[in-house]
Structures are given as C-alpha cells and as structure tokens.
Design a protein. Sequence first.
Length: 366
Amino acid sequence: MGNRVYNFSAGPACLPESVLKQAQKDIWDVMDSGIGILEHSHRDATFDRITQETEADCRAVGAIPDDYSIFWMQGGATSQCYMVPANFLAPDRTADYFDTGKWASDSIAEVPLYGKLNVCGSSKESGYHHIPKGDEVKYSDDPAYVQFTSNNTIMGTEFKELPKTPGNSFLVADMSSNIYSRPIDVSKYGLIYAGAQKNLGPAGITLLIARKDLIEEPVRKLPKMMQYGLMAKKEGRYNTPPTFGVYLMGQVFKWILAEGGLTAIDEINKEKAAILYDFIDSQDFYTPHAKTEDRSLMNITFKCPTDELDAVFIEQAEEKGLTTLAGHRSIGGMRASIYNAFPKQGCVDLVAFMKAFALEHAGAKA
C-alpha cells in the first residue's frame, strides 16, 4: 500500500486504486482533449461522451431496464428526504416508511410537510439493532409508496428481503451505503437513490434510478430543480452538474465491470465481512451491535467491554494504519466500513489487531 493506510471510513470512503490513478492522469488531460476533467465545460463534446459512458456503464452494471431513467443531482442523499415526498406524495395520500436508523428517521421527518405518514415498521426501541419484520410491520391499506433505507451505516444493519408494496404502491430505496455491492433487480423499485461517497465516487453527487412513468409529472407544482422528470430529461444537466463526480462514478462503474460485475463483487464482499464476523462470533471480548440475521456486509459495528477501552482501541489501531474506526457518536464503539473498494487484506490485518488487543486486555469487564 506504500504510504497509504487502511481507510475504514463510513464515507467519504476509499476508492479503487486503479480509479484514483486514472483520475490522476485525467485531471491533467482527459480523453486526449488537452483539457483536464476539472476544467471541462459540461456542454462540450468530451463531457457529452463522459455522460453517455457513465450512464451506459451504470445501466450495464445494474442490468437496468430501458423504462428506467438514470440521472444525478447535486449534493448528498439527504436532499432526497424531502424531494421524494415532494414529487410523489399528494396531500391526501399516505406514504409508508421503515424507521431503521438516523437516515431513515431523517426522511420520515420531512414527510408531514407534504402528506400523511405511516411508520410501517420500526426498530427504534431496540436501539436500531435489527430490521423490523413479521408482526412488527403494519402497512397502510393503500400507500402512495413504501420507502426504506437498504443499509444502515451507523448501526450496521441491512435489509435481506425487500419490503412489500401494498395496492398500487411502489418501492423507494435509499441505497447510499450498499448501492452496487450485490446484484439487485431494479424492476422491483420505483426509485433508487444513493449518495456517491460510499460505494460510487466522491461526495457531492447523488445517483438516481427512476421508473420513467413515475416521474413524468410531480404530484404538485415544484421549482424546476426539484422535478425528477425535468432532471432526468436533461441528463442531470439542467444546470451545471458536479462534473468530476459524474466522471468518477463512470470510472467506478468501469472498475466494477472489469472486476466481473455485481456477482463477483458480492462474493468478495461476503468474504471480507466473514473474516470480521467469524472472529467476532468466536470470542466474548467484543460485542456486536447488530443482530446476526440482519448484519450489514458494508458496516461492521462492535464494542469493547468499556468505553475507555474503545478509545484506546481506536488510538492504537490508528497507529497501526487501521484508521477511521470510531463508531458514530450516537452508539460509540467501533465501525469498520468495508465497501466495495476496501481491500480484503485490511480485514485480515484488523482481525490480527483485534486478537492482540483482546489478549492484552483480557481481564477487562463491562
């Protein structure tokens, strides 16, 4: 790795090494244009080609049907918390939401501004350590749509099965932290959105994949910049898009395809997560946060016996080149985020450190 360290950050997160090296070249001169990617007009022929390739490769990676639009918007996925109900939820309709963590609850908070809300499933009372299922889930009779956060970065939980869509509703997913980490059937969704900074690229751009018939017209009058249909029609270029973000996402899509696509990526991600979870399950020094059946493949959360030891663990791990392991302030402990580009060896090295640390502090009590 040279002078680079293992970056376990929850986002912005590590990017594929080959993508970073290509970007180094293209910042100076992209596609032999004599102009760097950071300097290109979003209206010229070179960026036309970048846009077309990014969309085509995104469609190839996800096997996205032709009746779905692919576009991007500025900012992070948090903007979609209000844009989804603004576009889809009429004042007299109800939207069903799963409350499985902070990012889900942030979306839920915006819904009453536009229409009616039904929290159809929540794990809040348990500290968000599992995904609601079975009798915990109560859908409304005819929701406009059902929204869920497919992977919960802070708590380390992940949906293994898709929620139901009662009546004529459709599924909306915030996939910011596990987009393209495994095969998905896009045809089962009405809208997918994902902030790029975890698995797709840099911060400041959000990918959207939307069924075309759903975004033809919003349910209310909206500013042009908030209209999904207009942004899709303009290929995300109604105004100046984050051009470097579009370019870098395109490079990440090419990397995924070169790695063998989502089936191959999924297998690698399972192997990486198993290295950590198998060790955690084999001992009693570290305590995992998420229930076993709902564990995330992207974000592994755990704690030492005491908060004091958590702090020592994080400090000493940093000295070993195992960085940004501190858990979110809401739950503390540690969080190892191992997105697509994170190398398998980093998981191996983290387990070796965890073993040594546990042995050194074996007498500690919670």
